[in-house]
Design a protein around this ligand. Structure first.
Ligand SMILES: Cc1ncc(COP(=O)(O)O)c(C=O)c1O
Length: 375
C-alpha cells in the first residue's frame, strides 16, 4: 500500500470511532478543538520543551502560558505544562512527597483514579475519607484524619470538579477548620480549573480553592478537558522552591538539567495552549464557559421535565442523572452512537457538556432518552 492509501485507511479507522461533531461523544471530558489549535500544535510538534536552550521560543511560549494560567489561580507564575491530569497529579504528589517528607496522602473517596495510581507509583499510603449523602466530603472528618496522621502527611488532595458530579470540594472550609495543623493541599482542578474561575457570577457558592489559600501548594488544570487538543494540562506551583524538586541533572542536555518527570516533551502543547490563551483571552474563555453552563442548565431542565433526577450541585457543565437500569440504558444509547459515560454512583450516567454539545445535540439526546424511558 502507498502512504496515501495507508493514510486513507487511517482516516477510515478514525471515522469508525465516535466523533465529536454531531455529538456522538457525550460523556467524555474531551472535545473537538478548533482547527487553528491543531495547526499551532503541528508547527511546534517537533520541538522539545525539555531543551530550552535549543528551543528557546518553545520554552518562552510555555512560560507565557504558565504566567497566564497561574494568574487565573492567584499564583506567582510557577509550574509546567504536562500531557494531562494524570501526569500533573503524579508530578504534584512527587513534589509534595519530597517537600513534606510525608508518606501519607489524605483524600476524600471522590478522588480521581490518577491520584490512586500516583500513590501506588510513589509508594505513598492513601487514606480515603468518606463523603456524605450529598457526595461532599465531611471537613471535620478530614481534619480529624489529618490530625491522626500529623507529621506523616505528604499532602491532602481535594478535587475542584469531581469526575462524577463536578463538585468543587470545600478546600476553603477545610483550611479554615483545620488551620492549626501542619499540612499542604494539592487541588486536582483537572476538570474544574478552567471553568470555575469564570463563573463566580453564575454560581457564587463555588468554594475558593486557589493560591489565595496559603495551604494550597499545587493545582492541576487541564486545558484539554475544555478546549484544546489532547494532550494539554498544567501543574501550577506555589513557589520556585517546589519547581526545584522536579529539576533533575542531565549532563547530556545543553542546559545540564531537565525540568519535569518526563524527558522529551513536545512543544506542540505549549503552542496550542498559547494560541488558545491569546485567541480567547480572559473574556473569550468566560464567554465560552458561560455558554457551556447555559447549555448544561438547559440539559438539566429538559431531563428534570422528563422526571429524571439530575445530580448537579454546582453549575459546572457536567450533568449526571439517575435512571433505573442505567447499564441497560447506556448500552441502548451506545447502540445509537450516543456515548454517555457511567459513573461510580449506582444507576447514574453522565454527560459532559463540551463545546461540541450543541442545543440540537441535547434535544436529540433527550428525545431518544425520553422514548427509551417511556417504553
Ligand atoms: C478530576 C480529574 N482529575 C484527573 C483526571 C485525569 O486526567 P487525564 O485523563 O487528562 O490524565 C481526570 C480525568 O477525567 C479527572 O476527572
Amino acid at each position: 500500500m502507498s502512504v496515501e492509501e495507508l493514510l486513507e485507511f487511517l482516516r477510515r479507522l478514525r471515522s469508525e470511532d465516535p466523533s465529536y461533531v454531531g455529538g456522538e461523544v457525550l460523556g467524555s471530558m474531551s472535545t473537538e478543538p478548533p482547527k487553528y489549535l491543531l495547526e499551532a500544535y503541528k508547527i511546534f510538534v517537533n520541538t522539545n520543551l525539555n531543551d530550552p536552550v535549543l528551543f528557546r521560543n518553545t520554552y518562552r511560549l510555555e512560560l507565557e502560558c504558565i504566567e497566564w494560567l497561574s494568574k487565573l489561580m492567584y499564583g506567582s507564575g510557577y509550574g509546567l505544562l504536562t500531557y494531562g491530569g494524570t501526569e500533573s497529579n503524579l508530578t504534584a504528589l512527587y513534589i509534595l512527597r519530597e517537600f513534606s517528607s510525608g508518606d501519607t496522602v489524605i483524600a476524600p473517596k471522590t478522588v480521581h483514579v490518577s491520584i490512586r495510581k500516583a500513590c501506588k507509583v510513589l509508594k505513598l499510603n492513601l487514606v480515603e475519607v468518606g463523603v456524605g449523602e450529598d457526595y461532599i466530603p465531611d471537613v471535620n472528618e478530614l481534619c480529624n484524619t489529618i490530625r491522626r496522621y500529623e507529621g506523616r502527611v505528604a499532602c491532602v488532595v481535594m478535587t475542584a470538579g469531581t469526575t462524577d458530579l463536578g463538585i468543587v470540594e470545600p478546600v476553603d472550609k477545610l483550611v479554615s477548620t483545620c488551620g492549626d495543623v501542619d499540612y499542604v493541599v494539592h487541588v486536582d482542578a483537572a476538570y474544574g480549573g478552567l471553568i470555575t474561575q469564570f463563573i463566580s457570577d453564575l454560581d457564587p457558592n463555588i468554594p475558593v480553592y486557589d493560591f489565595r489559600l496559603s495551604k494550597v501548594y499545587t493545582i492541576t488544570v487541564d486545558l484539554h478537558k475544555v478546549f484544546t487538543p489532547i494532550p494539554c494540562s498544567v501543574l501550577l506551583l506555589r513557589s520556585k522552591e517546589l519547581e526545584d524538586f522536579i529539576t533533575f541533572e542531565a549532563p547530556y542536555m545543553p542546559l545540564g538539567k531537565q525540568r519535569s518527570l518526563l524527558g522529551t516533551r513536545t512543544g506542540g502543547i505549549a503552542a496550542t495552549a498559547w494560541l488558545a490563551i491569546k485567541s480567547l483571552g480572559y473574556e473569550g474563555f468566560k464567554r465560552l464557559v458561560h455558554d457551556l453552563v447555559r447549555r448544561a442548565d438547559y440539559l438539566s431542565s429538559r431531563l428534570a421535565d422528563l422526571g429524571v433526577e439530575v445530580l448537579r450541585r454546582h453549575r459546572l457543565p457536567i450533568v449526571a442523572f439517575r435512571v433505573g437500569n442505567a447499564r441497560d440504558v447506556m448500552r441502548r444509547l451506545w447502540d445509537l452512537r450516543m456515548y454517555v459515560y457511567p459513573t461510580s454512583i449506582p444507576n447514574t450516567l453522565r454527560v459532559v457538556v463540551g463545546p461540541h454539545i450543541t442545543y440540537e445535540v441535547i434535544d436529540r439526546f433527550v428525545g431518544v432518552l425520553a422514548n427509551m424511558l417511556n417504553k
